[in-house]
Design a protein around this ligand. Structure first.
Ligand code: DGL
Length: 265
């Protein structure tokens, strides 16, 4: 048992989808969230830059004495997680392992589509992790760089979004995918429109929810779960503050966010 806070970081406010999932599953946990809004997006940056930024994010959270760290950003997990885990003693979990486990929890899944930022797709981290655990799996990867701005504009049900999704997804649909893995913080907000396009025969796996479940297993295994009668607290720190981020944070969190402070890395 450990009542210390969890540290969760992302390139911006999209990682609040992971915070929301963690708060739903583990309400007693306190969370210190860092969103690197001054340098978002990570999805179009080089692996070296993503690793450097992620290292600075971890150092910031460690100054808050967190008991474990969640890399909520798929791009940062894809490029920086192994290095971070090697470098620091604090337990660090990412979103990839959880997403992969969730895909493979269906023994009948055979054809998996993966959508993510350019950086995540270029790393092939999800593809490698899936192929390592199950042979014979057909994996179709698709970078979908237009989706983050569309979600941030709140064009969740807009005709343009549907058109773009159709264009991204048609090759996967033609190849008969049975599962679509959402490998980006922002995409859980697109689940209704995605399900409408894909139909009920395709299972959608969202890495935010699966990450919270994975985290619970890890905290249980390491005996780090919080034990308190009341709900844990949430502190949000962003490296750049603008009205837009406050409003966006509320949409990812599904409620009015607590006071947001600006932090220096
Ligand atoms: N958080 C990023 C991810 O999950 C998306 C936004 C960005 O490109 O930084 O990959």
């Amino acid at each position: 048992m450990n009542n210390g806070a969890l540290g969760i970081f992302d390139s911006g406010v999209g990682g609040l989808t992971v915070v929301r999932a963690v708060q739903e599953l583990l309400p007693q946990e306190s969370i210190v969230y860092l969103g690197d809004t001054a340098r978002v997006p990570y999805g179009s940056k080089s692996p070296e830059t993503i690793r450097r930024f992620s290292d600075e994010d971890v150092r910031h959270l460690l100054r808050h004495d967190v008991k474990a760290i969640v890399v909520a950003c798929n791009t940062a997990t894809a490029h920086a997680l192994p290095q971070l885990q090697q470098q620091y003693r604090v337990p660090i979990v990412g979103v990839i392992e959880a997403g992969v486990e969730s895909v493979l929890s269906d023994p009948h899944c055979q054809r998996v589509g993966i959508i993510a930022t350019r950086g995540t797709i270029a790393s092939h981290a999800y593809q490698h992790a899936l192929a390592l655990r199950r042979t014979g799996l057909r994996i179709i990867e698709q970078p979908t760089p237009l989706l983050v701005p569309l979600v941030e504009e709140n064009w969740l049900n807009h005709a343009a979004t549907k058109l773009i999704l159709q264009s991204y997804l048609t090759p996967m649909i033609e190849k008969g995918i049975d599962t679509l893995l959402l490998a980006c913080t922002h995409y859980p907000l697109l689940v209704p429109v995605l399900q409408e396009i894909l139909g009920s025969g395709v299972r959608i796996v969202d890495s935010a929810t699966t990450c919270a479940e994975h985290l619970r297993r890890e905290l249980t295994r390491l005996d780090l779960l919080a034990e308190r009668d009341s709900a844990g607290t949430l502190e949000i720190g962003l490296t750049d503050l603008s009205d837009q981020f406050e409003e966006l944070a509320g949409r990812f969190l599904h409620r009015v966010p607590p006071r947001i402070s600006r932090v220096e890395l």
